[in-house]
Design a binder for this molecule. Structure first.
Ligand code: SF4
Length: 449
């Protein structure tokens, strides 16, 4: 098995909601195409751009804003520099100008073709981007959105990552490094990150602060917002009400109500297409922010400890991505909320000062109890069950931490690698209609939204 070379800041990315695979990935594909066209020399001038979406990008792309995201990318925007208001404005379908060195073409969301859901591409979530003159295809690139905002482009050489000093592909190998080299887990990850990105330790922590501040801002924005979320469901935001209720004298449980409120808040912001952090995806962008906010604001854990916990959470996410998947379109929601909950449980445990075996047990337990969870967003919108599921993922992470923090190590029977393997196998056997296609589950049994 090859060593993990994913960067912390490829996993935790700032960008607009509602979906990393359906919004951020397609925007990156559009931007990559925009750059590729600038290097072309064509004898024939194209007269249009065709955007073909396959797999769940086709099935639920409308509800996920894929059309606007890919058009924004083609216009030269990236997830970290696009304005949410600009993305919203593209919904009007009016033509904008695609411009590169020698080409100027009209472009709008009307150029999007929702093609076959079932397909034979190597990855179900495929985009074909084409420059055409009439029916003739002058230039084409094939992109795969593989989850968490990561993309691949057929035939395009992937950047060869630098070699990290600590090489591991799973938890067993990572723990061996801790034992053999006498390091703590966050040290391993920070040293790898420095090597992978060629940056100093201070820069790693500064970038982590930006991620943490953006997560907290998403929670604060969500707590302040009211009204209904975009789309035909007419779903009312709940975060503010939950938070206000937590301060009532008869509140059932102040801490849990607030943890739920924070999960709803960031997730509702994601559903509204506002700025969030993929953690590890946009659909699951409420779980870790809820926990971070609660740790800092309710439990008064220091920023230093939370940064360390975030590095450990990243390692847990890397291992899940490397050995299974973090894409709802590949393994169902267990790969999104399940992995987010595992990362969050590990974060809480490590930030609260527990040794690594307890942290692994907390993460394992959180993922174990999300095994088999399907992805069936109602109407193709990242709202039902996604928003509430983020709050549940945060609470389950906290519960997994509580159990792991007091249990006897000898009695914990399942390790993290084993539960990740179980998730991969379960995902393989899961029917495609439960993988972000909105063709099964709640999406079918709640048809009137
Ligand atoms: S059901 Fe889960 S995996 Fe599917 S879109 Fe919602 S949060 Fe993502």
């Amino acid at each position: 098995m090859t060593a993990i070379t994913t960067s912390v800041f490829e996993l935790f990315k700032i960008g607009p909601g509602p979906s990393s695979s359906h919004t951020i990935g397609p925007m990156k594909a559009g931007y990559n195409f925009h750059k590729s066209v600038a290097d072309l020399s064509l004898d024939i001038q194209p007269d249009n751009i065709e955007i073909r979406l396959y797999g769940s990008l086709s099935a639920t792309g409308k509800g996920h804003g894929t059309d606007r995201a890919v058009v924004a990318g083609l216009l030269g925007f990236k997830p970290d520099n696009v304005e949410c208001e600009f993305l919203d404005s593209l919904a009007d379908g009016a033509p904008r100008k695609f411009e590169s060195d020698k080409i100027s073409l009209p472009l709008s969301i009307k150029d999007v073709v929702y093609a076959e859901v079932e397909n034979d591409f190597p990855y179900a979530n495929t985009l074909l981007l084409r420059l055409r003159k009439g029916e003739e295809i002058l230039f084409e690139q094939e992109y795969y959105s593989i989850g968490g905002g990561f993309i691949k482009c057929k035939g395009q050489q992937e950047e060869i990552p630098r070699v990290p000093p600590h090489q591991y592909s799973n938890m067993v190998e990572l723990k061996a490094i801790l034992t053999d080299e006498g390091l703590r887990m966050h040290q391993v990850i920070v040293e790898n990150e420095q090597a992978l990105k060629g940056i100093s330790e201070t820069e790693v922590y500064d970038k982590l602060d930006t991620i943490l501040d953006t997560m907290k801002q998403a929670v604060m924005n969500g707590l302040a917002a009211e009204g209904t979320l975009p789309g035909p469901i007419g779903l009312h935001r709940k975060a503010k009400r939950l938070f206000e209720n937590s301060s009532q004298p008869n509140a059932a449980d102040k801490f849990l109500l607030r943890l739920n409120a924070y999960g709803f808040a960031a997730s509702e912001e994601n559903a509204a297409g506002r700025i969030v952090v993929t953690a590890p995806t946009s659909g699951s962008a409420g779980v870790i922010p809820a926990v971070v906010y609660a740790l800092e604001e309710e439990l008064k854990i220091s920023r230093e400890k939370i940064r360390e916990g975030m590095l450990v959470a990243a390692a847990l996410g890397f291992i899940a991505k490397h050995n299974a998947s973090i894409a709802g379109a590949e393994v169902g929601c267990q790969g999104e909320i399940g992995v987010a909950s595992a990362m969050a449980a590990g974060l809480i445990s490590y930030a609260c000062g527990h040794r690594f075996w307890r942290t692994e047990n907390a993460a394992e337990s959180a993922l174990e109890h999300h095994l088999g969870i399907t992805c069936d967003p109602v109407g193709g919108y990242v709202q039902i069950p996604c928003i509430e599921r983020n709050a549940m993922g945060a609470v389950r992470a906290y519960n997994a931490y509580l159990i792991a923090s007091v249990e006897n190590e000898k009695f914990h029977k399942v390790n993290y690698d084993e539960v990740v393997r179980a998730m991969a196998e379960t995902g393989k056997d899961m029917n495609n209609k439960y993988k972000e296609t909105s063709l099964g589950g709640l999406a079918v049994s709640v048809p009137n939204c």
